[in-house]
Design a protein around this ligand. Structure first.
Ligand SMILES: C[S@@+](CC[C@H](N)C(=O)[O-])C[C@H]1O[C@@H](n2cnc3c(N)ncnc32)[C@H](O)[C@@H]1O
Length: 295
């Protein structure tokens, strides 16, 4: 949904944008290309590898980009460091990137054999392996149910606890295998692999993704200029619900105008060329001007 993001953010000369999820710099590059050399970008990512790749990709933009290795929940500190004041546009493209998923040593995917890690920021102390090897069974089940919508959560939590009594669970393959064996054979060949939801739930928990989003949403408004725009792409309903509720509440308080009531979704063509975009939802809003806010 690159075109929709660019249109939604109203890129124009002299504007300053915050990209809170720089990733490998795809959106950032498009933003910088879309106007003249007076556009600046503050780019954040909590993954040092992603940030290094973005820097490499974007070297030709020189000092027009200011990079920060930090979580977007600390975006306010980054903006303050740049001394650029309020920004004209903000973008969050949530979740993990394809290069993160595809790197086996990051341990995000059961399709890649690797250590059960899943930390986006590798300076965090708790990995997915720490969680599956130490959390009580009921807590594990709650994580799988609440963050993965996994209806077999209790069964999987039990299987994990039984398996770890025999041997520590340290790899993606081990966990995938435990889940596969605990899945009734009639449920093994559905649209999703049986381990999909559990891996998603663990990733969200390891990276505290919902708390980080809540922290961002609680304070972004005062860092956005009146008339400034915010675009957020989310990939699962727990994220989208938070964005929707926050935008709706800000609209009720006349602080935001919504571009559309319903989120924008990718076209069939986009989904065919990038199947991971299937669940994407884009919400865009505009900060009201002070006169609108006081109405
Ligand atoms: C879907 S990718 C973004 C891709 C990017 N828009 C592009 O065009 O290349 C998500 C990125 O956000 C980063 N990320 C996720 N949560 C974050 C957070 N709370 N703070 C900062 N970065 C985060 C991930 O490390 C990942 O690199």
């Amino acid at each position: 949904m690159l075109a929709e993001v660019l249109e939604g953010l109203h890129i124009a000369p002299g504007k300053v944008f915050l990209d809170g999820t720089l990733g490998f710099g795809g959106h950032a590059e498009a933003i910088l290309k879309a106007a003249d050399a007076t556009v600046k970008l503050i780019g954040l990512d909590r993954d040092a590898n992603a940030l290094a790749s973005a820097k490499q990709r974007l070297t030709s933009y020189g000092e027009r980009i200011m990079y920060f290795h930090t979580s977007f929940q600390h975006f306010d500190e980054a903006i303050e460091q740049t001394q650029l004041g309020q920004v004209d546009g903000m973008l969050l493209d949530l979740g993990v990137s394809s290069p993160q998923l595809d790197k086996s040593e990051r341990g995000f995917s059961f399709r890649q054999a690797g250590p059960l890690d899943m930390r986006m920021d590798q300076s965090l102390s708790t990995t997915a392996a720490d969680i599956v090897n130490t959390y009580p069974e009921n807590e594990l089940a709650d994580i799988l149910y609440q963050l993965g919508d996994e209806r077999l959560s209790r069964r999987y939590a039990r299987a994990i606890v039984e398996a770890r009594q025999q041997q520590l669970i340290t790899t993606t393959e081990q966990l995938e295998n435990i889940i596969w064996k605990a899945t009734p054979s009639r449920s093994r060949h559905g649209r999703l692999h049986p381990a999909t939801r559990s891996f998603q739930a663990l990733r969200i928990h390891v990276n505290q993704e919902l708390t980080e989003l809540d922290n961002f949403l609680s304070k972004f408004l005062s860092f956005l200029k009146p008339g400034g725009r915010i675009a957020i792409i989310s990939y699962h309903s727990l994220e989208d619900r938070r964005v929707k509720q926050c935008f709706r509440q800000a609209k009720q308080h006349k602080q935001l105008e919504l571009i559309s009531k319903k989120p924008l979704v990718p076209t069939e063509e986009e989904i065919n060329s990038n199947p991971r975009a299937r669940s994407a939802k884009l919400r865009i809003a505009i900060r009201s001007t002070p006169s609108e806010e006081s109405l």
